[in-house]
Design a protein around this ligand. Structure first.
Ligand SMILES: NC(=O)c1ccc[n+]([C@@H]2O[C@H](COP(=O)([O-])OP(=O)(O)OC[C@H]3O[C@@H](n4cnc5c(N)ncnc54)[C@H](O)[C@@H]3O)[C@@H](O)[C@H]2O)c1
Length: 333
């Protein structure tokens, strides 16, 4: 019998690429659950779900009555559904908190009752510890998984998302320990690639602006540094971790997933201009929004030790692939 896998948020950026990679490399049955708040039934998604091994469920995971339609006996559940995207954190922080927390609580209740042999993956975020980097100013960089998780300013709406991930990690840890199921918490560090949405993420924003030859070219937080992990590498790490017995030695493991090539945001823009063969005459450098950390670099040794993962797609190649996709899919005008 084929293994059954559920991906919530399956129409979103990570969910789509995870589903695509699982279908291409594993003999599995997939159920993709999404309310299409952000995920889109675009050409890529429609091609993916043409596969007879895929079932799509359109449902809102904050509604407790929908859970009976999910079925039971899943081998792996990847819970990715969440309100994501920096603009939403500022525009509707109360919804970010409500949806992310409520959907997770209902998911965990459903999971523990219906999937005794299954393993649960929760996508947390590097934002969960971002507050600690500026609040303490002394956290190690590269930053390992076990640093304190901090909400630096409860009044800053930006932290609604980080708070939902922080409390989410606690829910997953204590549900898994109390109800004795296997769970994994991953903290993706800036996954990028085709179909990553259109607003609020730096690489999609840069690709769209470059395709439109915007000049002067705005760059927020030009001096800040980040690392970027190509989505194919990112979802490969998630699958390796879920399949590995090395992550089952204790009920829950928390693992950073990211590349370790640190780059200034301004240099990221320059790299993209080189790849594309166009550059603006002027850069319009702006401050990053309040709450955004200057430097973030994950320690990903745990991921390497547990499953031997390393990134395969270098930033130049990944940027080229991503730019080409955005050129063909310019999105809302
Ligand atoms: N992309 C990254 O680099 C990154 C980094 C850190 C963490 N994450 C986390 O990984 C997960 C996936 O991220 P993504 O980039 O694919 O985000 P995304 O917004 O593209 O996907 C999330 C999906 O969840 C769906 N959704 C939202 N609310 C829902 C609800 N109530 N019921 C059902 N579906 C709902 C949305 O429609 C969307 O398709 C999220 O939990 C996110 O917080 C992503």
């Amino acid at each position: 019998m084929k293994e059954k896998i559920l991906i919530t948020g399956g129409a979103g950026f990570v969910g789509f690429h995870l589903a695509k990679q699982l279908l291409a490399t594993r003999d599995v049955e997939l159920v993709l659950a999404d309310n299409f708040q952000r995920g889109r039934a675009d050409n890529d998604f429609n091609a993916l779900i043409d596969n007879p091994r895929v079932t799509v469920l359109t449902l809102d995971l904050t509604d407790p009555t929908v859970y009976s339609t999910l079925g039971n006996g899943y081998h792996h559940v990847y819970h990715l559904a969440a309100m994501n995207g920096t603009r939403l954190f500022y525009e509707m922080p109360q919804e970010v908190l409500r949806v992310n927390t409520l959907a997770l609580i209902h998911m965990l209740e459903w999971f523990r009752k219906n999937n005794k042999e299954g393993k649960f993956c929760f996508t947390s975020s590097n934002e969960a510890y971002a507050g600690g980097l500026s609040a303490f100013n002394q956290l190690p960089i590269p930053t390992p998984e076990n640093v304190p998780l901090v909400i630096e300013d409860t009044y800053n709406p930006r932290f609604s998302y980080a708070a939902s991930k922080l409390i989410g990690e606690l829910f997953v840890i204590h549900y898994a320990q109390q109800y004795d199921f296997r769970a994994l918490i991953v903290r993706p560090h800036n996954f990028y690639g085709p179909r990553a949405g259109y607003a609020g993420h730096v690489i999609p924003d840069f690709c769209v602006r470059t395709a439109k030859k915007i000049d002067p070219f705005p760059i927020f937080g030009a001096e800040d540094t980040r690392t970027f992990c190509h989505i194919d590498d990112g979802v490969r790490a998630m699958i390796m971790l879920m399949e590995s017995a090395a992550t089952d030695k204790q009920p829950v493991e928390t693992v950073h997933i990211g590349d370790t090539r640190e780059i200034k945001i301004e240099n990221l823009a320059t790299l993209l201009f080189d790849v594309v063969g166009w550059k603006p005459h002027h850069l319009d450098k702006k401050l990053s929004p309040p709450g955004s950390v200057k430097r973030r670099l994950a320690n990903c040794e745990k991921l390497k030790t547990l499953v031997g993962w390393k990134p395969e797609i270098i930033l130049e190649d990944g940027l080229r692939m991503t730019y080409e996709w955005y050129l063909k899919n310019p999105g809302p005008q």
